[in-house]
Every structure is written in structure tokens, then in C-alpha cells.
Design a protein around this ligand. Structure first.
Ligand SMILES: Cc1cc2nc3c(=O)[nH]c(=O)nc-3n(C[C@H](O)[C@H](O)[C@H](O)COP(=O)(O)O)c2cc1C
Length: 106
């Protein structure tokens, strides 16, 4: 992806949900990033997290930010989310980018 000259909405936990992204795009954002998605929650097939990770064609290009510190769980999470195979997550398109946040899970 070419980000040169593009307006990017940074990932913000508790802020950059789908409605916020829609507004940001209306006001010119070219690329948006989701709220942060816990890799551990994806590992345990958490349904609420599935809603946060949902991606739709009308909300692209989009990055899904995943966080965690366990390489295996992060890898599994990136695999599932990037291939749109996260159970309970009903997306009509996979994300364009997986944004890695190496923050430690609580
Ligand atoms: C309310 C809030 C929540 C944030 N949540 C995240 C987050 O979940 N993941 C992340 O990587 N950065 C997060 N950030 C950092 C922002 O993505 C961004 O890097 C930071 O605000 C600096 O951006 P700026 O240089 O455009 O001001 C958050 C920032 C704010 C203000």
C-alpha cells in the first residue's frame, strides 16, 4: 500500500470502532485502523472481540490491530484475522493490513 500523502486514522482503543471510522472516512481519512484486538481473546474465540474485528468492504482499506506478547498466539491471531477465519467474526472482506501492537496483555 502506498501511504504517501494519505490521511491515516491511527488506532485508538475505545475510539476507532466502525461508526467512528465511517465518520473519519466521510471527513477524508484514506486508511483506518481498528481498535486493538486482543490475540488472547481471539485465541479463546471471544464473541465481543469478534465484533471489534469485523471488517466490511465499505470500510476499506483497513488495518486490524492485534496485540499480545505470546508469539504463537499472535501468529494464530494474525492467521485467523487475515484470512477472515476468526469464528464468530462475520466480515465480508479480510483486512488489508495486520497492525502488530506488542503490548503485554493484562
Ligand atoms: C485514546 C487513545 C487511544 C489509543 N489507543 C491506541 C491503541 O489501541 N493502539 C495503538 O497502537 N495506539 C493507540 N493510541 C496511540 C495513537 O494511535 C497515536 O499513535 C498517538 O495518538 C499519536 O498520534 P499523533 O502523532 O497523530 O498524535 C491511542 C491514542 C489515544 C489518544
Amino acid at each position: 500500500m502506498d501511504f504517501k500523502g494519505k490521511i491515516i486514522l491511527a488506532p485508538m482503543a475505545g475510539v476507532t470502532d466502525a461508526p467512528f471510522r465511517k465518520i473519519a472516512r466521510r471527513y477524508g481519512a484514506d486508511y483506518c485502523v481498528s481498535e486493538m484486538i486482543s490475540s488472547v481473546a481471539v485465541h479463546f474465540k471471544d464473541r465481543k472481540t469478534a465484533l471489534l474485528a469485523k471488517t466490511e468492504k465499505s470500510d476499506t482499506p483497513i488495518g486490524i490491530q492485534i496485540f499480545g506478547h505470546d508469539p504463537e498466539i499472535m501468529g494464530e491471531c494474525a492467521y485467523l484475522v487475515s484470512r477472515n477465519e476468526y469464528e464468530h467474526c462475520i466480515s465480508d472482506t479480510p483486512p488489508d493490513i495486520i497492525d502488530i501492537n506488542m503490548g503485554r496483555s493484562p
